[in-house]
Design a binder for this molecule. Structure first.
Ligand code: 26Q
Length: 740
């Protein structure tokens, strides 16, 4: 079906007397008819992106836009008396948790947009990331039944089911295919586990609690489940097309591992070749080493996966054996290295598998996701491997699709760019740079557009959260997974310092401001949950203080997700990216804000560094200790107590002085102890950077008074954001890693 036929059918659609969900399904199904065949192309080289997460968000608007029929649908519905925005009721497909999952979807979008054959493989979870509710300011988790509206964007492939075997059970993996629209239609294939009740559990939840043996084993089952189903399919397709000349496998297939979650695919690949096709182990491993590539997304030691041999062996004895064989092979190859290096690169050590080391050993290419992150991988995390395989390590700075994160979420700004610099940027993002010539000229218009986007955001917040924020407020936003290293707690203290300063009159001439937070905490992450409660307590106090609430407000939006993000990035003035230097691999939210004209208030971390390199440090607000400075301070022995004086002290002590209540749960005291007395107190250096953070927020506040100069700063960010389009990132992967 082409666009014209789609239009005709759309015009025939009966809109009256139908509920939103029925209409949603009918229009989506109609659009799906435009998809046609969606299988990887035979006879060419294809790239496969294996990921535990695909954070799709809402498919409806995006898919219609990619198909070029969004305006048509809007118009036809309007003629029939319906507003397209009714579909905002349809909830997001949140089959992911944060940056890693959203990146996967941006990559698929960019690959399809450039006609590159990249296909996603993952799990079709019955429940996505939990729905967040607040009860008395505490996060509670509710199941996210995202399929309750139907799932019209997928096609179930019963004829392509396959079996995944564990020692104790057999599971059916049923593929569901989601078209990825663009210049070519690519495919995201998500497997659903079927069979016994136990079998179905495998695709029930994203990140089930893994604090028990049972939970850990379920995680291993999940990882193996989609990795095994994918690899079996790729090998089967290869044999069908090219026969059993497996030496040619890497010529037609490249498998990108999105972090370590799909790393068992390597062992499964070797298992199939050795046991089903009698290929020698050494040959199988050699072929694997030509086929796989690995992206690392974190340097936090606790997030680098390790699996107990006992657990793996219990359900996947052959996989355990193969991983041990790979580790022996690695040990041989590393034999001439020093003892320390050998231990650092070990794949199997102390009854545990080090999945990142396995990935690094086998992968042909290993990449970091921002310049600084790649440097840290090379000089610290995988130092030994880098000295052994210097050519392996590459940088691929992340990007975001400007179609969803500018064209779709900010049509007003997009049109301003069209009017000013021409519409060429939509298909060739490098043209966005044209805007640099006109930033001064269009500043006033930009101010008006920002006002419109802010109004839309603040209305939405009022409606959802019941908090009213006047339109003249300066909007600072921090939206991202809740984690100590991201330092939402530091923002909380900074807000308290502003609040106390406004109350005692030491802060004058303050431009009214709101701080917007959006974040979910992992259900078992006690401290992260304590931080949410603390911020909600602060919000309640600050928002109800009539002395200051014309000047300062705080909102923690509930159930932050992709659709909320689309509104927040478009309506914000300031993007808060304040992670401890060296710990945020890249960040991608920072890029979304930049593209929508928010200035970055951040540390020299992740992609922030590249943002200020490109948009100018004078157009952004950088503060805090650098990686080098933190290393020095650590060496000398960091004493956070030194910074616990004056205003900092007053803010931090609200955790223990009765200003706020945690209903006797003692979680605030625990946060306090964590900063002051634990054996490595304040390991994320909150107190170290707090003072300069507050000063920077105040500097921004002061600068904002000159609206035009501030708007020009914001526009300089928009104009220099082309580099952060995932179109650029994907081109680099295609050239440097995938050889597409
Ligand atoms: C690890 C071990 C056990 C259980 C779970 C995990 C686990 C799960 C998810 C570890 C990490 C994740 C997700 C990480 C993530 O989203 N990382 C982000 O990736 C983005 C895309 O590259 C970066 O921009 C962010 O800086 C990074 O935090």
């Amino acid at each position: 079906m082409d666009k014209k036929e789609f239009s005709e059918e759309l015009n025939r659609l009966d809109v009256q007397n139908k509920d939103v969900i029925t209409l949603y399904n009918e229009i989506s199904s109609l659009a799906m008819k435009c998809a046609g065949e969606i299988t990887p192309t035979a006879g060419i080289r294809n790239a496969y992106y294996l990921s535990m997460e695909f954070l799709i968000g809402r498919g409806f608007f995006n898919n219609l836009m990619e198909l070029g029929v969004l305006d048509d649908v809007r118009k036809v519905l309007a003629e029939k008396g319906a507003d397209i925005n009714i579909f905002e009721e349809i909830e997001d497909a949140a089959l992911g948790n944060g940056g890693l999952g959203r990146l996967a979807v941006c990559f698929l979008d960019s690959a399809a947009g450039q006609a590159l054959p990249l296909h996603g493989y993952g799990i079709r979870y019955k429940y996505g990331l939990f729905k967040q509710a607040f009860e008395n300011g505490y996060q509670v988790e509710l199941p996210d039944d995202w399929q309750k509206f139907g799932d019209p964007w997928s096609i179930r492939r019963d004829n392509e089911k396959r079996t995944v075997k564990y020692a104790d059970m057999t599971v059916t993996a049923v593929p569901y295919d989601y078209p990825v629209f663009g210049k070519r239609i690519n495919r995201l294939r998500l497997f659903q586990a079927e069979g016994s009740e136990e079998a179905r559990k495998i695709s029930e939840y994203l990140y089930p609690a893994d604090d028990t043996e049972e939970g850990k084993i379920l995680r291993i089952r999940q990882e193996y489940f989609f990795s095994a189903a994918t690899v079996a399919e790729l090998i089967e397709n290869f044999v069908e097309q090219y026969g059993k000349k497996f030496d040619d496998f890497p010529e037609y297939n490249v498998i990108q591992l999105n972090d370590t979650h799909p790393v068992m695919a390597i062992a499964e690949f070797i298992r199939i070749l050795t046991t089903e096709y009698n290929v020698a182990f050494s040959d199988s491993l050699r072929i694997a080493r030509e086929t796989f590539a690995y992206t690392n997304h974190t340097v936090l030691p606790e997030a680098l996966e390790t699996w107990n041999e006992e657990y793996v062996r219990k359900i996947l004895p052959e996989i355990a054996d193969i991983m041990i064989k790979i580790s022996l092979d690695a040990a041989r190859e590393h034999a001439m290295c020093g003892k320390e290096q050998i231990s650092e690169m070990a794949i199997y050590k102390g009854d545990k598998f080090y999945m990142a080391n396995l990935a690094v050993y086998v992968a042909k290419k290993v990449n970091g996701v921002a310049k600084l992150h790649t440097d840290i991988l090379k000089s610290k995390t995988f130092k030994a491997a880098n000295s052994m395989y210097p050519d392996k390590f590459r940088n691929k700075t992340n990007g975001i699709t400007h179609r969803r994160w500018l064209e779709l979420c900010n049509t007003e700004l997009s049109e301003l760019i069209d009017r000013t610099a021409g519409a060429g940027w939509r298909s060739d993002i490098s043209k966005l740079g044209e805007l640099n010539k006109y930033t001064r000229e269009i500043a006033e218009e930009f101010i008006e557009i920002k006002k419109v986007k802010k109004r839309q955001l603040l209305r939405y917040i009022e409606q959802k959260e019941g908090i009213e924020i006047p339109e003249n407020f300066l909007v600072y936003s921090q939206i991202k997974r809740l984690h100590e290293y991201k330092r939402q707690l530091m923002t909380a203290f900074a807000i308290l310092e502003l609040y106390f300063g406004l109350k005692d009159g030491s802060i004058k001439d303050f431009q009214p401001s709101v701080f917007i937070f959006g974040a979910k905490s992992a259900p078992s992450y006690r401290r992260a949950k304590a931080i949410i409660k603390f911020i909600n307590e602060i919000a309640a106090k600050v928002n109800s203080d009539v002395e200051t609430n014309g000047l300062l407000k705080v909102v923690f939006v509930c159930n932050y997700n992709v659709s909320y993000a689309e509104k927040i990035v478009a309506g914000s003035d300031v993007s808060l990216q304040v992670s401890t230097a060296g710990l945020e691999a890249s960040g991608t939210g920072n890029m979304k804000f930049m593209m929508n004209g928010a200035v970055t208030c951040g540390t020299m971390d992740g992609a922030n560094i590249e943002i200020v390199e490109l948009a100018g440090i004078e157009n952004n607000y950088i503060f805090g200790a650098t990686v080098e400075e933190i290393a020095k301070i650590k060496q000398k022995g960091y004493k956070p107590g030194v910074y616990l004086t004056g205003k900092n002290k007053k803010a931090v002590e609200t955790l223990i002085d009765g200003t706020f209540s945690d209903d006797g749960r003692n979680i605030f005291k625990e946060l306090y102890d964590c900063l002051t007395t634990y054996n490595e107190p304040d390991c994320y250096f909150v107190l170290l950077d707090l003072k300069s953070y507050v000063q920077t927020l105040l500097k921004i506040n002061g600068d904002y008074k000159d609206k035009k100069t501030f708007a020009i700063k914001q526009l300089n960010n928009v104009a220099n954001s082309a580099y952060f389009s995932s179109d650029r990132t994907i081109k680099e992967y295609a050239e440097d890693i995938w050889d597409l």
